[in-house]
Design a protein around this ligand. Structure first.
Ligand code: FMN
Length: 209
């Protein structure tokens, strides 16, 4: 019953958003990034799949974390250009979608490093109050669950509005994607679709500031 009401409210908010979007022609901006740099990454493929599932009024853009240097607190007042670009993209977005692998039961360094940059200086934490959804694919059995919970823990401190449900934890990724890394699993597509609906609904509750 609880989930039915949750989904129902989510659908109503989304319908209102779509209507408002049509009237005002203002797209909802969602920024996606993945915690893997490799070309045939399942998580990068997951972001592409999510992009194909976005409603028409969403402007979905991805940011490649390749090239973001290791965090150095000496540089936070004048960070490298790629960090400035990354922070500006997060700031301009209404919401963020993160696809994370799991490395050694936790968040990949590439992703944690990018989040550390985004969070500093602390008074300019660009993730503050941002609606964020997490997805993840692993070749293991637990579908990045440990990495996702570690990420959620970081987001408590950073005051991120992380979507709770549905959790999109894709195990045995090689069975869900084809050889071209196109997502084939119907249930996973449905889950991502629902997550996007909930993420869009959250942008109405926590608008960009
Ligand atoms: C350094 C490293 C650590 C890993 N640790 C885990 C792990 O803790 N849990 C897991 O399910 N898979 C783990 N894996 C396997 C990843 O799930 C798999 O490599 C996955 O495809 C990585 O995501 P990507 O395809 O987006 O690059 C690990 C892989 C690497 C390279």
């Amino acid at each position: 019953m609880g989930r039915f009401v949750e989904n129902y409210v989510g659908e109503i908010v989304l319908s209102l958003m779509l209507f408002k979007g049509l009237l005002m022609s203002e797209p909802i901006r969602i920024l996606g990034f993945a915690g893997s740099l490799r070309k045939s990454s399942f998580n990068r493929a997951l972001l592409r799949a999510a992009g194909e599932l976005m409603p028409e009024n969403v402007m979905f853009e991805t940011f490649d974390l390749e090239g973001i240097p290791m965090f150095n607190e000496d540089l936070i007042a004048q960070p490298p250009q790629i960090v400035k670009d990354f922070k500006a993209k997060i700031k301009a977005a209404d919401a963020v979608l993160i696809a994370t692998p799991e490395y050694n039961y936790s968040i990949p360094g590439v992703l944690k490093n990018a989040i550390d940059w985004a969070s500093r200086p602390y008074i300019e934490n660009v993730l503050d109050g941002k609606p964020v959804a997490i997805i993840g694919a692993s070749t293991g059995m637990l579908g990045t669950s440990r990495a996702q919970y570690h990420l959620r823990q970081c987001f408590v401190f950073l005051n991120v509005h992380t979507i709770n449900k549905p959790e999109v934890m894709i195990s045995n990724a090689m069975e869900k994607f084809d050889v071209d890394r196109k997502l084939q699993d119907k249930k996973t597509k449905e889950l991502i679709g629902q997550l996007i609906v909930n993420l869009i609904a959250l942008t109405e509750i926590f608008p960009k500031h």
